[in-house]
Design a protein around this ligand. Structure first.
Ligand SMILES: C[S@@+](CC[C@H](N)C(=O)[O-])C[C@H]1O[C@@H](n2cnc3c(N)ncnc32)[C@H](O)[C@@H]1O
Length: 204
């Protein structure tokens, strides 16, 4: 007789998912797609912007930490999909965050470029072969650090099978359904376009 085994749930990781709506996108997806296991990684507490505790679906594990520490908790070659909306590529790592996992410190431990490069390498290690990573970023002329450039540089020496960069119209941001995609989509002034939006898809 063939023994009954439960197939392992596929794993989806959302990086920088808390934002201002208590990771609503991740919680909604986890509720809707019970056959997947979701992992959220964000240094902000998921309850930070609510007075009531948000309910966390059983198939969502939220890790409160900076990206590298959080990603390291995942098993190598175990992840099917990693996504990040307006988070990875946009940030540097501060000394205090590295040590205590808390906010704020004037001293930078890793620059935007170095931090993004390490995140990319870890994402590659954690993805299964054929697994995907999708990063949505904005580029503002006012921003000193260009998230798209940081990601492109970060993957330069990593053997992803496929790299695809697409521009996103503010209209398309609506499909992303995160707080920041709505906010940024609405901030675009017609004819002026201070922001440009990109989706970077990587396949291991
Ligand atoms: C601009 S918000 C985007 C939130 C959400 N993805 C959205 O689209 O609404 C950036 C998120 O990344 C998180 N974040 C920033 N730097 C981080 C770091 N070094 N490690 C982990 N999370 C970080 C912030 O706490 C915040 O939740």
């Amino acid at each position: 007789m063939i023994p009954k085994t439960t197939p392992k749930k596929r794993i989806i990781v959302h990086l920088g998912n808390v934002g201002y709506d208590s990771a609503r996108k991740t919680r909604t997806y986890a509720d809707r797609f019970n056959e997947f296991k979701f992992v959220g990684i964000d240094k902000k507490n998921i309850h930070a912007h609510t007075t009531n505790k948000v309910s966390i679906p059983k198939n969502l594990k939220q890790i409160e930490s900076e990206f590298l520490t959080g990603i390291l908790k995942l098993k190598d070659k175990s992840v099917d999909l990693i996504t990040s909306d307006f988070a990875v590529g946009h940030y540097a790592l501060k000394e205090k965050e590295k040590i205590h996992g808390s906010f704020g410190s004037p001293k930078t431990y890793l620059s935007h470029k170095e931090y993004t490069e390490r995140i990319m390498q870890l994402c590659y290690n954690k993805l299964k072969v054929g697994g995907k990573a999708i990063f949505v970023v904005f580029v503002s002329p006012l921003e000193e650090n260009n998230a798209l450039g940081n990601i492109k540089l970060g993957i330069k020496n990593i053997p992803f099978q496929k790299v695809d960069v697409q521009t996103l119209s503010p209209e398309k941001l609506k499909n992303i359904s995160s707080h920041w995609s709505r906010f940024l989509g609405m901030s675009v002034i017609e004819g002026q376009e201070p922001y440009k939006f990109y989706r970077i898809t990587l396949v291991k």
